[in-house]
Ligand binder design. Sequence first.
Ligand SMILES: [Zn+2]
Length: 298
Amino acid sequence: MKKILTLTLLSLTIILNAQNNPIKHVIVIGVDGMSPDGILHAQVPNLDSLMAKGSSTFECKAQMPTVSSPNWSSIIDGAPPAAHGVWSNKWQPSQIKDSVYCGGKKGQRFPTIFRVLREQRHHAKIVCFAAWWSFVRLVEPGVCNSKDRTFYTHFTGLRTANAIKIRKPDLLFVHFTEVDEMGHKYGHGTAKYYATISKVDKEIGRILQAIKKAGIENSTVVMIISDHGGVGHGHGGNSPAEINVPYIIRGPGIKAGYKLKGKPRNYDTTATLAKIMQLKAPDCWEGVSIDEIFDKAQ
Ligand SMILES: [Zn+2]
């Protein structure tokens, strides 16, 4: 009984806090394989504008191995591979049938931010789009209202912009995949690689416009993150070009034009989002909130 009462009070506190929170929407834009070098050499007016109006670093740290699945998992799970157990792109949910994470049920995935939001706010509108279909297996079934594959860069941008205008989601996560593909095909640091970053930047512009048109700009946080950089035609190692990724965040209460002094781990960005959304982070998350991005007045 006491436990039920405590849980009810906790839920009530979370609901009341959510109502007072000036931030109602969080849009996370994940760009696979987008290195800081790529941003520096490509035409990226929209990323430039986000950095000018928000807080950013080019030394956010990817986890080893610098491969997509371990790092996207770290970004949505608030913990490194040693905790969530996703070590390679070969990982499949069937591998965890006997595992128990975070005091959950046997065979459940390590809790993602999507599930944490769903459990603490049952009616939250959660949209998960991924151009890389493998991303979808990293997210629990049933926690996103829509979890769709979006294919090409342009279509991914259009889908995301429409979802923002129509649904005004509490949390939207979109994953762009083409930059990584061009890095593998033509090489990182090539004209084709940079041109694809510019192409994604254009779609980021479309997403920012949609936030404006939806009338939610003053209550929306936008975050940009990548899973790893690259060297030559690949990635996976621990060189600075592979480990360092961009982290950009803009929104109410977040410092403008601020360059981070710390070098956060990619899974710290998850804890930061939980704080922004006033969610209680699960005990098994190891990330800590990146508090230097917040305006002191907060
Ligand atoms: Zn990747």
